[in-house]
Design a binder for this molecule. Structure first.
Ligand code: CMC
Length: 389
């Protein structure tokens, strides 16, 4: 047999199987770094705290994708390009009108994002102008499509973007048909910065795997949107509010948590593969939520959330389980008047920047992803004819 032959290759030493690829480096990347013990998150070397305080979402997207902060002229041009491409084809709007109105907006977004490939796919991946135009179109059109589906499912026509409004304010305007309060727009922009990138999370991994086949960028983003939708990933932000509403009042928190732990139920908005302390994004989002409550009125669910955080710190903290980015984001969006099932599409608007950064980085040193598996199925079975089964 071949294995006994002195010419046969030596058996390959396989690394141990790690469910969920925990701790397995699957790429090299210069985009984002997480210190899960110190609770530090940096994009291209800048802390998210600094970016939230000093930058805008589009400037942060530029930094993530091109690797350096833009000059004033570069930023102006980038913002202008994105603004020029915000509109989506009437054909895509008509397609969205045929979607069931009770369908989840993440499914509508995935289908709409994929449909962009019908209009713009040329797969000229070695052409820098193609890369720029794909980046601009995706950043520009994803928010328009999220807002369009929101109006379409209410039986209304989508409204056109407003060229005089910056990125975040324009999205809130397209969604609510009202020009937002400046503080609300600023806080929403900060939320986009905080969700823009987070290293090799599930949807970004999905984007990189798709990118590695050299398919078009619209397929890359559509595959990532589908991955983000799950409740263990971006979908958790929606579930946090449902959970807080189910708990109902502060005096029920302890009993609710005890039961959830006893039933081995996951507490939504808690835990993270990378962080063993409170997610730095949750720390910032909590402050942003408080700013909103000071300006626009308190939300009693916030008191409940804080109580849950305090009680959970005693019970789950010793296992390194603390609030993640999704725990306070829903409370911010709720105060901004955004419907719960749009929380994850908003996450997708922001994360498009990170997906595009990883798409571009993947193309720069591409090798198709093709991991191995450990086969655990049957072998050497004798064929059984249909009549004999
Ligand atoms: N509530 C209660 N126990 C938890 C939680 C939680 N939220 N998260 C982890 N654990 C426990 C888990 O039961 C397990 O315990 P044991 O070792 O006794 O069996 C241990 O911690 C390890 O959990 P795991 O599920 O193996 O950890 P993971 O690294 O595979 O999963 C996670 C990470 C984020 C999927 C998980 O913490 C989770 O399901 N959290 C709730 C959903 C959520 O909030 N997701 C948003 C994540 S952050 C934003 C994003 O990625 O989109």
């Amino acid at each position: 047999m071949a294995v006994d032959s002195p010419l046969a290759p030596a058996p390959v030493e396989r690394p141990p199987f790690r469910p969920g690829l925990e701790g397995v480096p699957a790429t090299q990347s210069a985009i984002c770094d997480i210190d899960g013990l110190k609770g530090l998150l940096t994009y291209r070397g800048y802390t998210v705290d600094d970016l939230v305080a000093q930058s805008s979402f589009l400037e942060t997207a530029y930094l993530l994708i091109w690797g350096e902060l833009p000059t004033a002229a570069q930023l102006k041009e980038f913002e202008h390009e994105v603004q020029m491409h915000r509109r989506v084809s009437f054909r895509i709007r008509d397609m969205m009108k045929s979607f069931p109105s009770q369908g989840h907006p993440m499914d509508a977004l995935q289908a709409s994002a994929a449909s962009l490939g019908l209009f713009y796919s040329r797969r000229a991946l070695d052409n820098p102008e193609y890369i720029v135009s794909a980046v601009v179109r995706l950043l520009a059109k994803i928010p328009t499509m999220v807002a369009a589906f929101q109006l379409i499912r209410k039986g209304q026509d989508p409204i056109q973007p407003r060229d005089d409004l910056p990125y975040a304010a324009n999205f809130l305007y397209m969604l609510t048909e009202r020009e937002p309060d400046p503080l609300a727009a600023r806080i929403f922009d900060a939320c986009l910065i905080l969700h823009a990138e987070h290293s090799l999370n599930a949807s970004t991994f999905s984007a990189r795997v798709t990118a590695s086949t050299l398919t078009d960028p619209y397929a890359v983003v559509a595959s990532a949107v589908g991955t983000l939708a799950g409740p263990l990933h971006g979908g958790a932000n929606e579930d946090v509010l449902t959970m807080l509403e189910e708990i109902g009042s502060e005096d029920r928190v302890e009993a609710w948590l005890e039961r959830a732990i006893a039933e081995k139920q996951k507490i939504m908005g808690f835990g993270h593969r990378e962080y063993k302390v409170k997610d730095p994004r949750a720390v910032i989002l909590q402050k942003l939520a408080e700013q909103l409550f000071d300006q626009f009125g308190h939300d009693p669910l916030y008191d409940l959330a804080r109580k849950l955080e305090a009680v959970a710190a005693e019970r789950l903290g010793p296992k390194g389980i603390y609030p993640n980015v999704d725990f306070y984001s829903g409370l911010v969006y709720r105060k901004l008047g955004i419907p719960e099932d749009l929380f994850t599409p908003i996450f997708a608007i922001a994360r498009t920047a990170g997906w595009l950064a990883h798409w571009k980085e993947q193309l720069g040193a591409n090798r198709i992803y093709r991991p191995s598996q450990i086969y655990t199925g049957a072998a050497g079975r004798d064929w059984m004819p249909l009549q004999a089964r």
